[in-house]
Design a protein around this ligand. Structure first.
Ligand SMILES: [Zn+2]
Length: 187
């Protein structure tokens, strides 16, 4: 890669220890540990590029984590989950027996989901991610655990949810979602 400023080809690649990812404006703090690569010009110390590997896998990993977090979903989060599984509002609403108008009100924060509807929505999101699971059995065990999650309807709105992940490497033969491994992080 050539530096856009000095036109030299003297670059180095650095792995970022802690990268704070802004994913589709997701309402979460997402930290990537030793997963993001940056290319820097050695001559003028300018950052030339940033690469987040397997972005789709990361989206799915975050959606998966959120589905297992007990805090009630906000409208923004419902929209994030729907997008993470790559669905248009109309098709998504149809699958969970909701009118598109109702889903739109939920996503805009005008109408809260009842706990039963919310669990169905979470369940649907998870099943959408199981299709390309190499280890389907592990997925099924996980899915059963979803029904032990109690949806909490009171929380501190000032406190953003945070998740941290480490990229496993693209050569690993695992599903997209499994390309990112959740890590407990001391922020
Ligand atoms: Zn340069």
């Amino acid at each position: 890669m050539k530096c856009t400023t000095c036109k030299m080809q003297n670059t180095e690649t650095r792995v970022v220890p802690h990268y704070h990812a802004d994913l589709l404006g997701a309402p979460f703090d997402i930290t990537l540990i030793n997963s993001v690569k940056e290319v820097w010009c050695v001559e003028c110390q300018k950052k030339l590029s940033t690469t987040i590997p397997e972005l789709e896998g990361l989206l799915q990993a975050v959606a998966w984590s959120r589905a297992f977090t007990s805090r009630k979903l906000s409208g923004e989060e419902v929209r994030f989950l729907r997008k993470a599984v790559g669905m248009k509002a109309k098709a998504f609403a149809e699958k969970i027996e909701m009118s598109p108008e109702n889903l739109s009100r939920v996503e805009n924060g005008q109408k809260p989901l009842g706990p039963g509807s919310e669990k169905l929505l979470r369940f649907f999101v998870l099943t959408r991610m199981l299709d390309d699971d190499v280890v389907a059995k592990i997925g099924n065990e996980q899915i059963k655990k979803l029904f032990d999650v109690k949806i909490e309807s009171t929380w501190d709105p000032e406190k953003r949810l945070g998740y941290a992940y480490k990229f496993r490497g693209s050569e690993d033969d695992v599903s997209k979602r499994h390309k990112y491994e959740p890590v407990a992080e001391a922020a």
